[in-house]
Design a protein around this ligand. Sequence first.
Ligand SMILES: [Zn+2]
Length: 69
Amino acid sequence: MTTSTATCPHCGAGLVPIVYGFPAPDAFEQVARGEIVLGGCMMYPGAPDDGCPTKGCSGPTVEEPARTR
Ligand SMILES: [Zn+2]
């Protein structure tokens, strides 16, 4: 895997991988360390691979599609 150096356009924080699906127990520790972001159980087309680890930030750097449900 190549390491991305992308940063959040909103707060400038380095982006971290977004983990989708049911998170493993240690995933929460990784979230606490700002190493990953949880993307939730819902996967949608065009879901971003990386997101902003900053709480309260806009999160994923791409616009979320309109919720269908
Ligand atoms: Zn951000």
